[in-house]
Design a protein around this ligand. Structure first.
Ligand code: IPE
Ligand code: IPE
Ligand code: MG
Length: 248
């Protein structure tokens, strides 16, 4: 056997071992921290809300692209429990935008058989927005194509604290697996992949319980600039990861 053949055979062995370790599959459960709207707007000398509006367009594209790629659950971070600390005008404009977006986009999502479900604390939200949220959830409750979880007034620590309270009230003394049923969306799967845009590499209080073993992917794109090909690059990267969950 020539040296060339030997090397080729070695590579084949190595490739099949890598194939074994790598999932090779696109993710089914995906979470996204849609970050960078403010910077996108600031670079264009526009107010933050202009970035949020462009971010909403990016979300629409990414829902479609995820659906086409076979994603079953997409969980997006739309507003955190900490985002109330932003300037009043930005928060008010965001709340108005969310209400409008629900009215405009949910019928279309419903036509695509997408179920829409919100996670987060509801008590601080206006009656107007709450009405919209309930309407969207009821309208789409029976859809099975894909689920879009929207994290709104969401905080990972708030969720765990709320779950602990609910568990105590129910006299819960079960184990780790069963505790998940006290989360905001007990039917949500743990994300296999968590994507964050804008170059920041932190979790910012998102899905602290559910992301225990999620693969993390950071993109330098600002969220409004995030395109189908960026999503494809993230999925491609994921398909080459070796997930071990602490096992050998
Ligand atoms: C994310 O974009 C959207 C929300 C938090 C509502 P940002 O508004 O945080 O954008 P940057 O981080 O300021 O660029
Ligand atoms: C996380 O982004 C929240 C959302 C994307 C909705 P932030 O912009 O609020 O997070 P930090 O402040 O950079 O950590
Ligand atoms: Mg940000």
């Amino acid at each position: 056997m020539s040296l060339f053949d030997l090397l080729r055979n070695l590579r084949r062995v190595q490739t099949s071992r890598e194939d074994f370790l790598m999932s090779g599959e696109p993710p089914r459960y995906v979470a996204v921290i849609m970050d960078g709207n403010g910077r996108w707007a600031a670079r264009r000398h526009l107010p933050a809300i202009a970035g949020h509006r462009e971010g909403a367009r990016a979300l629409k594209r990414i829902i479609k692209a995820s659906h086409n790629a076979g994603v079953r659950e997409l969980t997006v971070y739309a507003f955190s429990t900490e985002n109330w600390q932003r300037p009043r005008e930005e928060v008010d404009a965001l709340m108005d935008m969310f209400a409008e977006l629900i009215d405009r986009e949910v019928p279309e999502l419903n036509d695509e058989r997408v179920r829409v479900s919100f996670i987060g604390r509801r008590r601080e939200l206006s009656e107007r927005l709450l009405g919209r949220i309930r309407w969207a959830e009821e309208l789409t409750a029976g859809n099975r194509e894909m689920t879009l979880f929207i994290a709104f007034n969401y905080g990972g620590r708030a969720e765990i604290a709320d779950a602990a309270k609910a568990a105590a009230a129910a006299g819960f003394d079960g184990g780790e697996e069963d505790f998940g049923r006290f989360m905001y969306a007990p039917d949500m799967h743990d994300p296999e992949l968590l994507i964050r845009t804008s170059g920041e590499q932190r979790v910012s209080n998102f899905l602290l319980w559910q992301c225990a073993y999620s693969e993390l992917y950071f993109s330098d794109r600002m969220w409004p600039d995030f395109r189908d090909e960026d999503l494809a690059a993230a999925f491609n990267d994921f398909s080459r990861r070796s997930r071990r969950f602490g096992a050998r």
